[in-house]
Ligand binder design. Structure first.
Ligand SMILES: O=c1[nH]cnc2c1ncn2[C@H]1C[C@H](O)[C@@H](CO)O1
Ligand SMILES: [Zn+2]
Length: 344
């Protein structure tokens, strides 16, 4: 590895628009929480826990990837645990000079011990706000609806998210098994989100074709797309997404692991970037994917020859795509004026 390039990339100010709370629990924290909660674990060291928390190159696809969330979720059932893991997500991001982060989670997954949706959301926001103060990073939450859950649950999740809009929650999302539950099933849920004025991002084109991306932008009100890997299969849609400047939240390391793309050579990020799409680079899951922002950009440099100037443009795209109002975005932009490249 080129260590000069690594430290240069690490030092660049960055943003992360797509990172899941429950996929980013540090293994040491899993040990600690299990100890505090009196819960048995399948291993007693953090390295021994990795096979239960992290995918390998042999990951078979998105559903295999999603199986790595079970253990962490079982420990994220108290306000204290949620707050701690939210805080530690900001801490981990700060190690890579992240200046703005949107952390997502499905509140309905954290109710096994009786917490209400609003308690879950509030606990995460509390952790994010502590992280903001401790590390000087602006942080917001994105609330995920889950594909395998009934509309009645997802509607309640949207209602709860709306109560925190502008008070820590930036948007709502749709996550989970994309191939099993196509986007059109969620029209009612996202109609409510739109009615409530919630910005919307949707995981689409990760484990299924471009029809889910089309559905997300044309029927579900998505202002951003999570991943969007299969977009290249529909050039007309690609042009529409480009013209409408709908950002793609790409997560390169996760996308290779879930087999959204078969190899780095087939990973379409350079193609999208050169066609003028608003491509952003994010981590998806720090622990499940064993990643961080520096690694993500390093892979783009090493595997796809992204230059520093191009990396800076990707970072600027992320700032542009943030779910922030104009005034907040302008404030954030101040932190990116000195990036080492000619500004566009
Ligand atoms: O990359 C992903 N695609 C679809 N769903 C995902 C991905 N990463 C995490 N999730 C799911 C699993 C989590 O439990 C849920 C909420 O964070 O979101
Ligand atoms: Zn995701």
């Amino acid at each position: 590895m080129n260590s000069d390039l690594y430290s240069l990339i690490q030092q660049l100010p960055k943003v992360d628009l797509h990172v899941h709370l429950d996929g980013s629990i540090k293994p040491e924290t899993v040990l600690d929480l299990a100890n505090q909660q009196g819960m048995d674990l399948p291993a007693i060291t953090s390295s021994g826990l990795l096979p239960y928390l992290q995918v390998t190159d042999n990951c078979k696809g998105l559903n295999d990837y999603l199986s790595k969330f079970q253990l962490g979720a079982s420990l994220l059932q108290t306000e204290a645990a949620l707050e701690r893991v939210a805080f530690e997500t900001i801490e981990q991001a700060s190690e890579h000079n992240c200046r703005y982060i949107e952390v997502r989670f499905g509140p309905q997954l954290h109710r096994q011990r009786g917490l209400g949706l609003e308690q879950v959301i509030q606990a995460v926001i509390n952790g994010l706000q502590k992280g903001e103060k401790a590390f000087g990073i602006k942080a917001q939450a994105i609330v995920c609806c889950l594909r395998h859950q009934p509309a009645s649950v997802n509607l309640k999740v949207v209602e709860a998210a709306a109560m925190f809009l502008g008070k820590g929650v930036a948007a709502v999302d749709l996550a989970g098994d994309e191939a099993g539950f196509p986007a059109f099933l969620f029209r009612k849920v996202f109609a409510l989100a739109e009615k409530k004025g919630l910005p919307i991002t949707i995981h689409a084109g990760e484990a299924a074709g471009p029809e889910n991306i089309r559905e997300a932008v044309s029927r579900l009100g998505a202002g951003r797309i999570g991943h969007g890997i299969s977009l290249k299969q529909d050039p007309v849609l690609l042009q529409e997404i480009c013209t409408n400047k709908i950002p793609l939240e790409m997560c390169p390391i996760s996308n290779i692991q879930t087999k959204a793309a078969d190899s780095w050579q087939e990973y379409p990020i350079r193609e999208y970037f050169e066609q003028g799409l608003t491509v952003t680079v994010n981590t998806d899951n720090l622990t499940v994917s064993n990643t961080d922002l520096t690694k993500e950009y390093m892979m783009l440099a090493e595997k796809l020859d992204f230059t520093i100037t191009e990396i800076v443009q990707l970072i600027r795209n992320g700032v542009e795509a943030a779910f922030l109002d104009m005034a907040e975005k302008n404030l954030l932009k101040h932190q990116f004026v000195n990036l080492p490249s000619p500004q566009r």
